[in-house]
Design a protein around this ligand. Sequence first.
Ligand code: ZN
Ligand code: ZN
Length: 177
Amino acid sequence: MHINLSELRRREGEFVHFEEEIELDQINFHQDELPVRGPLSVSGGAIFTSDETVHVSLDFSANVVQHCRRCLEPIEEHLDRHEELEFRFDIDTEVDSDGDLSIYRYQKTDKTIDLLPYLKRFIKLDLEPYPLCKHDCKGLCPHCGANLNLEEDHQCQEEEEKTGAKDPRMDKLGELL
Ligand SMILES: [Zn+2]
Ligand SMILES: [Zn+2]
């Protein structure tokens, strides 16, 4: 996902459209490698203005798989985002997503601007930091790990064994029957 700067410069003042599907297997988020399902769809355009600023308008969508923090079931998150970026070659400080505009730097010698690192950054901003499969997810049994959403009246065998509430001789009897 590269913007060709020399082409943009040649077509100064013209909004140059782009559209691309990017294959991205996974994205790193809080030390997790989250699978990305299907391609990342990117569309938008860029314009090179007389003050040597590159304005980029970006629309993208992605499906990212996270796991419920309580029951660990996979959840697919659909992300849709619009971003306005500006690349300037003469600035000291970059402004990352402050309000509606993000301002970044490019070098005079750059032939292209790679948008992928920015796309990844925006995806991470959109991802749910504490994903739940549903707001009242019951999570897992702390003793045996059973999914409590699936077993509403979970009577934990392991818990009973640990606390000695159940006579182990009954198990022997159960095996004989
Ligand atoms: Zn859950
Ligand atoms: Zn249990």
